[in-house]
Design a protein around this ligand. Structure first.
Ligand code: ADP
Ligand code: MG
Length: 675
């Protein structure tokens, strides 16, 4: 009896329980899994021309044997078989190690095809085997383990293919196959396993990657529409009040802000739950967008919450939003780990009663004792600083509240398309008018004295400066610059100016006092560790110097740099670094060359490589078998676009119900991918 592709491999002839386990260990459970277990490379046994051989590669050469082979024995059971072969017009010395039996197969004047490692300089080849059948053969090489041999797996796949290829069903709808010149899935399976030429295998690989991305994106889009189907809080906001609020702002929204505000308001106003990621480069003005969403929510009688990762930021937002909401009826409370018990005791019941309609704070917001009256909108700023559980905990403070997550750490396209694939994404891709890009320079440590006059000149013009050092205090464990030593150094070098010190080991009250002094221009030079990294907004600061810049990630450097360039003045960022590696130097140059956080993020991912462990972690542990979400970014984004198009089409299930994909997508694994 013939099985279907979704049946277990155990139903195949010759697969007993033992073999089944071996196949399972390779991730092969069903017959379809087996057919889609593609080789990771091919050995090319098509004879190649001497002229276009890749250096030091395994190659196949066709020639004529010139002399009788010599067999040498040496060491313990070691042999060396040598002869000369004419290939085109060259004499190539061929050596086979430890295969004495080949001697019988080699006679002068005999045509011969040999596979092995070729050395251009010596015109010699370390032979690996003699090829008897050379008709354009590409041998698939599979990833196997100790329990199964290459040849066994190859044979199994071949037999299975012969028996089952008729059942291989299509994955990609025909219209898309035409648009992207993709092959049928049957052709892909055939050519991935048994290509006649390299070109065959390349073409098949291209479609196979698209298939993999497309299935993934269909899954993500299904999650997305499923989220949308959950009834969420519908915010019937007061259109006139919101319009008046926007008109009353001290500046005009940029086009990008306006567009994003519209996207968010539309989401709030419908009855589905919003799950939106707002990305905007540092200084692009996300806060005001959040404020508009908060205000809209409050006009409809619902509460809003804003959660941020640090006390400094919570304080800053509470002050800033109090100003923004000065003329409208919004009552704000601030709740952090620092909030005095008495104050806290007074706030909590007023949140629960709904008297307070905006709660701003740190992780303190998600403690058990915090209960809302009716949370309609939860905003999480700098979302990457929170874990999935913390984000989820805020969400659970309401009954399906709308959720807006914000990030100023630009997320590379690769990751928005993978790790965040099920979210709606809004991007503010424009800075408020009049901003000048930060000029970034990279200097070596011994060039420091060259830039001091420049710094002095800027300080004399009342500019303010941040100086960043990676460590708090000097350490015998590290050669890196400490904030304390830097603080002393700047005090000595710039005696006429006020220098402040800020680091994470200081008490919050102390930190806040220093930040306030810096804001009020009582301190001109602020030496700090990376505690000032996120969100801090002091527009008069226009100069930044970062020590041991190569020690930081590019995203972090970009965040730090974002503290300057916030006012009308030209700002400067000086990176001090002596990177030891080529990649380290390239990373510094990325910072010098671009101010665009999205470019920084994508370059960062490229430099680290898709295979990099960190990259894997950051991309949400999504592992593709054949597609590379960094290198194949363009294809990945087309796959998403098409998956969205199909799913947004009200007839998509009918149009695609014959695709095995739909069944595949409806299985329980869909639930596993929900957090
Ligand atoms: P971020 O996106 O980094 O959180 P902020 O919201 O802190 O940026 O905004 C940075 C600065 O730009 C703030 O001082 C803010 O008042 C100002 N700003 C925001 N939007 C505009 C705009 N449309 N025009 C002028 N200034 C703006
Ligand atoms: Mg911000």
């Amino acid at each position: 009896m013939i099985s279907t592709l979704n049946d277990s491999v155990a139903t195949l002839n010759g697969i007993g329980p033992k073999k089944q386990l071996v196949l399972n260990s390779l991730g092969i459970k069903t017959i379809a899994d087996l057919l889609n277990y593609f080789p990771f490379r091919y050995d090319n046994f098509k004879a190649q021309s001497l002229a276009d051989l890749p250096a030091q590669a395994q190659v196949t050469l066709r020639g004529v044997v010139l002399d009788s082979p010599n067999l040498f024995r040496y060491g313990y059971k070691k042999t060396r078989l040598t002869f000369t072969m004419r290939v085109e017009n060259a004499a190539v010395r061929v050596t086979f190690f430890n295969q004495p039996w080949l001697k019988k197969q080699i006679t002068p004047n005999q045509p011969l095809v040999v596979y092995g490692r070729f050395d251009h300089q010596q015109l010699s080849m370390a032979g690996m085997r003699i090829i008897s059948n050379t008709t354009n053969k590409m041998d698939p090489i599979y990833s196997v383990n100790k329990q199964i041999r290459q040849a066994t797996l190859r044979k199994l796949i071949q037999e299975t293919y012969e028996q089952y290829h008729d059942q291989i069903a299509e994955i990609i709808p025909e219209s898309l196959r035409k648009r992207y010149r993709l092959e049928s899935h049957q052709q892909v399976v055939h050519d991935m396993h048994f290509p006649k030429t390299l070109a065959d295998s390349k073409r098949a690989l291209r479609t196979a990657k698209f298939e993999e991305f497309f299935i993934f994106q269909m899954r993500m889009q299904l999650l997305r529409i499923r989220d949308h189907q959950f009834a969420g809080v519908q915010i019937n906001y007061d259109h006139a009040a919101v319009a008046a609020f926007i008109a009353g702002l001290p500046f005009q929204l940029t086009n990008a802000q306006q567009r994003v505000v519209n996207e968010i308001l539309a989401n709030l106003g419908d009855d589905s739950q919003m799950n939106r990621l707002l990305q905007g480069d540092v200084g692009s003005g996300k806060t005001i967008v959040a404020a508009i969403a908060i205000y809209a929510t409050i006009t409809s009688g619902y509460q809003a919450a804003l959660m941020v990762p640090t006390e400094i930021l919570a304080e800053q937002h509470a002050n800033g939003l109090a100003k923004i909401f000065a003329d409208v009826p919004v009552s704000i409370a601030l709740l952090t780990g620092d909030t005095k018990p008495a104050v806290r005791k007074e706030i909590l019941p007023r949140i629960e009663s709904g008297e307070l309609n905006l709660l701003i704070g740190t992780h303190a917001l998600i403690q058990d004792e915090v209960a809302f009256h009716n949370l309609g909108l939860a905003i999480i700023d700098e979302q990457h600083r929170f874990g999935v559980n913390q984000r989820g905990a805020l969400r659970k403070k309401g009954d399906s509240p709308n959720v807006l997550t914000m990030t100023a750490t630009p997320i590379p396209r690769t990751m928005t398309l993978t790790a965040y694939g099920e979210m709606d994404v809004s991007v503010i891709n424009e800075l408020p008018a009049g901003r000048k890009p930060v000029v970034t320079r990279w200097i070596q440590e011994n060039q420091l004295s060259n830039v001091l006059p420049f710094i002095l000149q800027r300080l004399t013009q009342r500019d303010q400066m941040y100086v960043i050092a990676p460590l708090i205090e000097d350490s015998d464990q590290s050669e890196m610059q400490s904030a304390e030593a830097t603080f002393e150094m700047f005090k000595r070098s710039f005696p006429g100016f006020q220098v402040g010190l800020l680091h994470g080991r200081m008490k919050d009250a102390e930190k806040n006092a220093i930040m306030t002094a810096f804001k009020n221009q009582e301190i001109q030079i602020l030496v700090s560790t990376t505690v000032i990294e996120v969100g801090v907004d002091v527009p008069n600061a226009s100069l930044m110097m970062i020590f041991n810049a190569d020690h930081f990630g590019l995203a972090q450097l970009h965040q730090l740099r974002g503290r300057v360039g916030r006012g009308q003045k030209q700002s400067y960022c000086i990176l001090v670094a002596n990177p030891k590696t080529e990649v380290g130097k390239k990373r510094m140059n990325v910072m010098v060359e671009t101010n665009d956080g999205f470019v920084v993020a994508q370059k960062d991912l490229e430099l680290r490589g898709a295979g990099d462990v960190m990259g894997r972690q950051q991309s949400g542990q999504i592992q593709f078998k054949i597609g590379d979400p960094v290198a194949d970014l363009v294809m990945l984004s087309y796959a998403q676009q098409e998956a969205r198009g199909i799913i947004n089409d009200p007839h998509w299930t009918e149009k695609t119900e014959n695709l095995p994909l739909v069944k595949y997508l409806n299985d329980e694994s869909l639930n596993d991918s929900l957090d």
